[in-house]
Design a protein around this ligand. Structure first.
Ligand SMILES: C[S@@+](CC[C@H](N)C(=O)[O-])C[C@H]1O[C@@H](n2cnc3c(N)ncnc32)[C@H](O)[C@@H]1O
Length: 239
């Protein structure tokens, strides 16, 4: 007997799920961008838990703008020359926040990637709500050769294995001349060899971060000099 199809199997069903579980709200640190945002996290996490577990995915990251992403989006809008006229890849897009910021700041083209199909649904809806064009793809591009001048990675340094993999790949592409910027609020596995470009105090919720604000850094990942080639994220938590 064919199994009952999951209610989230089609793109339209995923879009409807995002619409019906969120409200369109300005991002606290980036009020010029509005995102489909969960007002309460527990109901949306419960509603997606089984679907996410079946696919080996974590929590529904797309339903809030994360502190590191907010800092990096603020930086991109305050420094549009970072992306203006360039091909931008938003890696680990979640809600699409960085992709939208890059498009608003004048990027020539913006691709957003995530491994969670619901993130792609949210990113697509959020792009439309902010009147920007984004090419959103559900794909694991790590270890690939992105056609980009700038990669933005907002708040992706929270798991040891994944962070080591991301850091190795992002350093490799930065050695090939692609600029790699990340936003980080002091997660455990942020790479250490990076140049600090800006620091922002980002408003957050007690529910999400156990704090009303997180100091978040905008960092540029640097290619490691060949004498000290160790890509392992090593910085302990600042929490
Ligand atoms: C904490 S969220 C950050 C979302 C957004 N950048 C922000 O700052 O609000 C991290 C995102 O990375 C995505 N992710 C994890 N592994 C990934 C991979 N290998 N490729 C692409 N995205 C990935 C997750 O699904 C999640 O949406």
């Amino acid at each position: 007997m064919p199994s009952t199809p999951s209610p989230l199997e089609s793109a339209e069903a995923r879009a409807e799920f995002v619409r019906s579980h969120t409200v369109l709200e300005p991002v606290p640190m980036v009020a010029e961008i509005r995102l489909h945002t969960a007002t309460e996290l527990v109901p949306i996490w419960r509603a997606t838990e089984n679907w996410l577990v079946e696919r080996g995915l974590g929590v529904p990251f797309w339903c809030v703008p994360w502190a590191g992403g907010q800092a990096l989006a603020r930086y991109v809008l305050e420094h549009p020359e970072t992306v203006r006229g360039k091909r931008v890849l938003d890696f680990g897009t979640g809600s699409g926040l960085l992709a939208i910021a890059a498009a608003k700041a004048g990027a020539a083209s913006v691709r957003a990637v995530d491994v969670d199909p619901l993130a792609i649904a949210a990113c697509t809806l959020n792009a439309a709500a902010n009147a920007v064009v984004i090419d959103a793809l559900c794909e694991d591009v790590v270890d690939g050769d992105p056609e980009a001048d700038v990669v933005l990675a907002g708040d992706v340094w929270y798991e040891l294995g994944a962070s080591a993999r991301f850091a190795k790949w992002l350093r490799a592409i930065s050695e090939r001349g692609i600029r790699v910027l990340t936003g980080d609020p002091g997660r455990h596995y942020v790479p250490s060899n990076a140049r600090e470009l800006a620091v922002y105090d980002v408003p957050t919720s007690m529910e999400l971060e156990s704090s009303k604000s997180r100091r978040s850094r905008v960092l540029e990942l640097l290619p490691i000099p060949s004498s000290s080639r160790d890509d392992t994220p090593s910085r302990p938590a600042d929490e």
